[in-house]
Design a protein around this ligand. Sequence first.
Ligand code: FES
Length: 129
Amino acid sequence: MAGIADPCFIQKIDIHIESFNKNDQDLEDDTQELLGDQESLKTEPDFSIEFLQSGKKVKWDNRYRSILEFAEGNDIEISSGCLFGDCGTCLTEIKKGDVRYLHQTLITADKGKCLPCSCIPISNVVLNV
Ligand code: FES
């Protein structure tokens, strides 16, 4: 008969399980929510981004991986640091339009702002930069 001295004896109350990771289904759901409809990313959208302070309005090009990369490609400067949504340096006010994030970011932009390093436009967008 097993007893306390027996190392194989484990009572139910001795077992504690903590999990800090999401399961695969949760991660898949989060990824789907972030990426949305992938087919819409493959087609060439007819969006433009207007950079108010720079005085430039440029047609979005899907070959760019983020609004920040797009801005740099069009000689528009946006302050940046981590390039992955973790530092908040690129935080920019959205005057008009919507963006979609392509990955989970550490920083969450308030409503009316975005992290250009980590998102792309999903409509015509006007940024205060
Ligand atoms: S560059 Fe760090 S959050 Fe955009």
